[in-house]
Design a protein around this ligand. Sequence first.
Ligand SMILES: Cc1ncc(COP(=O)(O)O)c(C=O)c1O
Length: 440
Amino acid sequence: MTHGFDAEAFRADARAATDWVESFLERLPELPVFPRVAPGDVRAKLPASAPERGEPFSQLLADLDEIIVPGLTHWNHPRFFAYFSITASPPGILSELLIAAMNVNGMTWSTSPAFSELEATVMDWLAELFGLPAGWHGHIEDTASTSTLSALAAARTLRPGGIVYASEQANFSVEKAARLLGLEYRTVATDSAFRMRAELVDYDAATAVVPTVGTTATTSVDPVAAIADGCERSGAWLHVDAAYAGSGWVCPELRWSLEGVERADSVVVNPHKWLFTPLDCSTLWTRRPEAFFSAFSARPAYMQPSAGDVLDLRDVTPALGRRFRALKLWAVLRSFGREGLQHAIREHVRLAQLLASWVAAEPGWEVTAPHPFSVVCFRHEGSDDANRATIERVNASGLAYLAGTVLDGRFVLRIAIGHERTTEDDVRSTWEALRDAASA
Ligand SMILES: Cc1ncc(COP(=O)(O)O)c(C=O)c1O
C-alpha cells in the first residue's frame, strides 16, 4: 500500500466491493436470518493480531463471505421481524460510501459550511414531510438514546432537580438518559391499550414528561395533547419519543398520532428505524434551541465560533465531532420522494393488518394489543414457555427472526414489519412456520 492515491487499484477494489454488495443484497433473502454459530466461533476464525504487512482488499472481501456473513444476524433481511425492522436502502448504502470519501466533520459551520446547511435543509424538508410546525430547529444525532439524552439535558437547564416521567411502556433509553443526568425517573401506569395515563403525572414536580408515539412493545400512542395541557400549566418540558412511528407521519392517514406533538418542546424520530436510512440516523427537533445551547455550548480556546449569523452544531449537541449523516438522509428523501416513502410505509401497515386478521381468524391464537402501525403482538393458547419455544423453533430454522415481549404479565410473540423488501409471501411463510411450530 502506497501513501499516494492509486486510482487504478482503487477502481478495481471499488468495483469488487460494489459487486460484493450487489451479490449480498441479491442473496440476502435466501440467507438464514439468524446465524448458526456458538459463542467464540467467529473469534476462533480471526487471527489474534493485526497483520505485519498490508494485505490486499480482496482478502477482506473473501473473509466477509467466509467468516463474517455466516456469523451475522441479518438486520437488512426482509424476514427480520424482531425489535423494529429496519432497512439500509440502496441510496442509503451508496451515500455511506460518499460520506466516508469526504470524511468531513461538522463541528461548526466553518469546519464544513455545506455540511451545516445541508443538515438544516434536510431537517426542514423532513419536518414538512411529517407535518411538524415550520420554523423549529432540527439537527441529527446518532440514536434516539442521544436525542432523548440531549432533550432532557436541555430541559434540566430550565428545571434542575425535578422528575422525568414516562409510561411503563416507554423505551429504556428514557430511563437511561434520566439516570445519566442525575434526574429522578418515574414510570406512569398505562390504560388497557398500553397508553400513558396522563392524569397520573405530577406535572408540578416534573422536569420533563416523555410520552411515546409508537411504544417499543406494542406501538401504543400516549395521549400527547392531554400531557401537553399538564406541561403547559406547570412549565415542564414535553419531549415526544416518536423514534419508530414518527416516520408514519409522511402518510396523512397516520397523522392522527401527531395530535399534540405540535405543542412539544422537542421530538425525536429515527429515520434509521422506519425511513429506509442505514444506521445510524436520529432526527431531533425543538422549538427551544436556546435551552440546548445552554446545555451544550462550550467555547474552547482552540476552536473559535464561526463568524457571522450561523449556528455551530457543536453548541446544541453533546458530541463535538459529527458525521455527515444529512447526506444519506438527503439521498433517501430524494430517491424515494414523498410518494415512495408513503407507498413503502402503507405497504408495511397493510401487511401488519393482514397478519393480524390471519391471527384473529385462527382458532387457538389471539391478537394481544391494538396494532395501529406495522407491529403485531399475538400469542398461542398455552404457557409462556410454549410460546417462547415457538419463536425459538422458527428463529433456529433460519427462515425468519422475531422476538417476543411481555404484556400484562404474559409472554407474547411480536412481528415488526419495516423492511423495504418484505413481501406478503414473507409474512405468510413466517406466520405458517409459527403456526406449525406452535402445534408441533
Ligand atoms: C420508542 C423507542 N424509543 C427509543 C429507542 C431507542 O432508539 P436508539 O436505538 O436509536 O437509541 C427505541 C429503540 O427501539 C424505541 O423503540
